[in-house]
Design a protein around this ligand. Structure first.
Ligand code: HEM
Length: 442
């Protein structure tokens, strides 16, 4: 099927990583090929591959298969102008973890780990195991093995650095990007430190949950002695579309989510709102972004008892079609001026009115979140679950501005609570031969 191999990073474009769909290539086959001495570093490339994947129903569009479909047999370029996993059409699954640097680790230890993480992440993105001396009976295997036989699943591994990393522990204070600082206290939040913060974060997205988990698990394993895991979250379904080719998914409240998200294929919008630009004095961070994570619990039992009319007023959209209350089709532009006998058709405290860029001086962010569940509350029997909100933006101040409004006035607040939080600078993509350690330390 795939006799065209792509050398690591060869498909990278300065504009950033792109998705490279291919016919099914299993990790087992790749491993076999490596064993046979073949130069295998990726999956087949080309329009033929795209058509083949579509013809066999393995991918509905560039945005990947709908939940429940076979995982996409595709790879996403690891290297490029921007890290993958931001503009990449949102994959179906997420594994997100944060780490603190161990008190005994040195600057050199951290730099070495980041180089090791780079090599491992690049290999896993290509559907290959973590590099190492496979088969030595006297040492633990270098790859934990659970992704053998699975497709690459459009895996992306995105790293970010929290404000704490830029204190004086590793000599990084002078390299701190200007807007990287802890988020201020925001209205209505009830943050659990066990779900918040971290010196480093790793966002692994894939169309197969085991591929995403495998990536984080192996980085955690390689980090032993240098970093300590702080918290981890699994996302079982994307709640945003980030490209117009993707169908809009529904969140756990049953509403279409992501309709008016930034279109990540629009370079002008991404340049204006998401990528850190030339104005940043820290040159190394230009082309990167900021990631804000919020674990938002939904009070699902209360929501499920609310009447449909009220649910629609909370968002300002129709539940079934996703259209704004002033329109008919999902993509109709909301008319925030429209009134009826009882006031605005899209209510004054509705989520979309308060969040819309028209009502926030043009402020926009790229939402890329996932639904999560933590099982049930054993005291009450209530479902524990909600939205693991992730958003990318060129300054965390954008999130703060928006959340100050939403946290204070959003009708949705009756049904949600922010219980975890993180803010990280996401460095730009890696050039050929570069690694995360050298990029960070210069
Ligand atoms: C559990 C919490 C949340 C849920 C269930 C939720 C759900 C939704 C839904 C259904 C929409 C309408 C469809 C769309 O355009 O995407 C929407 C829009 C939006 N949300 Fe949220 N959201 C949540 C939290 C947040 C937070 C924390 C922020 C940012 C601080 C945010 C920012 C936005 C923005 C900017 C829009 C687009 C509004 C527009 O331009 O029309 N959301 N959200």
């Amino acid at each position: 099927v795939n006799d065209t191999s792509a050398a690591a990073g060869s498909g990278a474009s300065p504009a950033g990583p792109s998705t490279t769909p291919s016919p099914a290539v299993s990790r087992r086959r790749l491993l076999g090929a490596v064993g046979a001495g073949a130069a295998v570093a990726g999956a087949a490339i080309g329009a033929g591959g795209v058509l083949a994947a579509r013809d066999h129903g393995s991918s509905d569009d560039a945005g990947g298969p709908p939940s429940g479909a076979a995982p996409a047999a595709a790879t996403v370029d690891f290297r490029g102008g921007h890290q993958a996993g931001i503009a990449t059409p949102a994959q179906d699954r997420l594994c997100f973890a944060t780490f603190d640097v161990s008190p005994t680790a040195s600057r050199a230890d951290l730099a070495e780990l980041l180089a090791t993480w780079t090599a491992a992440a690049e290999a896993m993105t290509l559907g290959k195991p973590v590099p190492g001396d496979e088969g030595d009976l006297n040492t633990p295997p270098d790859d934990t093995g659970e992704a053998v036989g699975l497709t690459p699943g459009r895996l992306t591994v995105t790293v970010g650095y929290g404000p704490g990393l830029f204190d004086d522990r590793f000599g990084l204070a002078a390299r701190r990007p200007s807007d990287l600082k802890p988020l201020p206290q925001l209205p209505g939040e009830n943050l659990d430190p066990a779900n918040s913060g971290g010196d480093l974060c790793v966002q692994a997205c894939a169309d197969d949950p085991q591929v995403a988990f495998h990536a984080v698990r192996n980085l955690r394993r390689l980090g032993f002695g240098t970093v300590v895991p702080r918290w981890m979250e699994l996302g079982f379904g994307r709640t945003s579309s980030t490209s117009p080719q993707q169908a809009t998914p529904r969140n756990l409240m049953g509403f279409k989510d992501g309709t008016r998200n930034i279109d990540a294929t629009d370079a002008d919008l991404m340049g204006a709102h998401v990528w850190i630009g030339e104005e940043e004095p820290q040159r190394w961070a230009r082309g990167g972004s900021y990631l804000v994570s919020r674990k938002i619990r939904m009070r699902l039992e209360q929501w499920d008892r609310d009447r449909l009319g009220d649910q629609q007023d909370v968002f300002g959209r129709f539940k079934s079609s996703g259209a704004p209350l002033t329109g008919k089709a999902e993509t109709d532009t909301p008319d925030f001026a429209a009134k009826n006998g009882s006031g605005y058709v899209i209510p004054a405290d509705s989520h979309v009115r308060l969040a819309a860029h028209e009502n926030n001086n043009g402020l926009r962010i790229l939402r890329r979140g996932y639904s999560y569940t933590d099982g049930i509350d054993t005291q009450t029997g209530d479902l524990l679950g909600g939205l693991f909100f992730i958003a990318f933006m060129n300054s965390p101040d954008r999130f703060v501005t928006l959340q100050r409004v939403l946290g204070a006035h959003d009708a949705l607040n009756e049904y949600i609570q922010h219980i975890g939080s993180g803010v990280f600078v996401v460095p730009p993509g890696l050039a050929s031969g570069q690694d995360w350690g050298r990029q960070l330390f210069g």
